[in-house]
Design a protein around this ligand. Structure first.
Ligand code: C2E
Ligand code: CA
Ligand code: CA
Length: 404
């Protein structure tokens, strides 16, 4: 099992606890070490990704502990630690399996740091994940941070924006960038939005993040202008919670104006499912935004239910085909049809159609032959920090590219 969660250790020997903790932390892994069973069970949370368990402890032996974990239907990988010979270890392993537990390693005391590191290598991945981790290999959204830490992150301004270019499929020129937020955690490295947006919504803090993102995007967009000073479009993801505020259009328009950016350069992306659920309430705000010439995009299109009929009533300027359809086009007729229909309907309603998740030339060719306007995806570039995007744009504009 690999996960970016926490390692939980139980060993009655405090020296071993410290040794394991220090080795884990040096590798960017989080670790809690306990010497007693009650503290161990208290520290066992959905965030625990690896258990390291000493089989021989005075208060409660490891065998008993395994039984309790089995009763709890624990699914976390377990590394068994023992100083009393291989036989016990093998028996414990069989028992663990009988309890439905998954043992993922063994450490025979005294063990070396290299052996411990090898166990970590096989069973964990540092929370400080590489910036360009592909979507598919991401761990599922899980509470990897405390609420207090999230609140503090807003106060301490720990959010950064990555930008992903959007390409005019017919001409190959860069027409816009989508701002995608990441949390630059001081110890855990880069945390992706799927791991905190929902939680911020739950805490009622998403609106604060929304303004931070809008402001930063409007500051940084100036860096992406071409030689003649033409700015790309700036797409920002907006949580539907922000649209509950009737003053949102005025505040947004004033913010955009304060940065000297024409409002028609800003696209607010709102997911289709959120729009459908809140259409009555948000229509007013959406219309006012359009009156102020801010552009509106329906994000993740195709994932919501029966949106096609209601599409006519929404004053959006852009339809963004959900990446799941684009990624599936090569092996699914229904995905191909969905993409074709979305392009058709979008154009019929006078909208621009954007395909996201474009990863291959085949996908691009299909989109081009069906008249899709804009492409976004790893084929062109992954989301990049502002400085890297500036370099990427320079290279692309000087003609050093082969795609589109
Ligand atoms: P989204 O708006 O649909 O953003 C596109 C996501 O697809 C991004 O993930 C991007 O990295 C990923 N992606 C781009 N190209 C490809 C590709 O070719 N293949 C694949 N497999 N994936 C690709 P990311 O950055 O993790 O964002 C996830 C979601 O978080 C976003 O989905 C958006 O709904 C939300 N989000 C991001 N930034 C913000 C923000 O500032 N505010 C709010 N409210 N939500 C945000
Ligand atoms: Ca989006
Ligand atoms: Ca999307």
């Amino acid at each position: 099992m690999t996960a970016a969660g926490e390692i939980l250790v139980i060993d009655d020997d405090t020296d071993i606890c410290e040794f394991i903790s220090a080795t884990a932390e040096a590798r960017g892994l989080r670790c809690t070490a306990t010497t007693e069973a009650p503290a161990f069970f208290e520290a066992l949370t959905p965030d625990t990704s690896l258990i390291m368990l000493d089989l021989m402890m005075p208060q409660m032996d490891g065998i008993e502990l395994l039984r309790k974990l089995g009763q709890q239907q624990c699914k976390v990988g377990i590394v068994l630690i023992s100083g009393i010979g291989k036989r016990i270890m093998e028996t414990a392993q069989e028992l663990a399996q009988a309890h439905g537990l998954s043992t993922v390693g063994q450490l025979q005391k005294p063990f070396r740091i290299a052996e411990l590191e090898e166990v970590f290598d096989r069973n964990t991945q540092p929370v400080a994940a590489p910036a360009h981790r592909p979507q598919a290999s991401r761990p599922q959204a899980r509470p990897i941070v405390e609420d207090g830490e999230l609140r503090a992150a807003i106060e301490r301004d720990q959010f950064v924006l990555y930008y992903q270019p959007q390409i005019d499929i017919a001409t190959g020129s860069v027409v816009g960038v989508e701002a995608l937020v990441r949390w630059q955690h001081p110890e855990r490295g880069l945390i992706f939005p799927d791991d905190f947006i929902g939680r911020l919504e739950g805490l009622g803090l998403i609106d604060r993040l929304g303004w931070i993102v809008a402001n930063r995007g409007l500051v940084e967009i100036g860096r992406f202008a071409d030689r003649s000073g033409i700015l790309p479009m700036l797409s920002i993801n907006v949580s539907v919670a922000s649209l509950d505020d009737l003053t949102f259009p005025d505040t947004m328009a004033a913010l955009i104006a304060s940065h000297g950016i024409p409002p028609e350069k800003v696209v607010l992306e709102i997911t289709e499912s959120c729009l459908i659920q809140n259409l009555k309430r948000t229509l007013d705000v959406l219309t006012r935004l359009r009156m102020k010439r801010v552009q509106l995009s329906i994000d993740d299109f195709g994932t919501g239910y029966s949106m096609m009929q209601q599409l006519r009533n929404i004053p959006a300027t852009e339809l963004k085909i959900d990446r799941s359809f684009v990624i599936d086009m090569h092996n699914s007729d229904s995905s191909r049809v969905m993409v074709q229909k979305t392009i058709e309907i979008g154009h019929e309603l006078g909208m621009k159609v954007v395909a996201e998740g474009v990863e291959t030339m085949e996908q691009l060719d299909f989109l081009r032959s069906n008249g899709c306007d804009i492409g976004q995806g790893y084929l062109f570039s992954r989301p990049l920090p502002a400085t890297e995007l500036v370099h990427w744009l320079e290279k692309r504009r000087s003609g050093h590219h082969v795609i589109a």
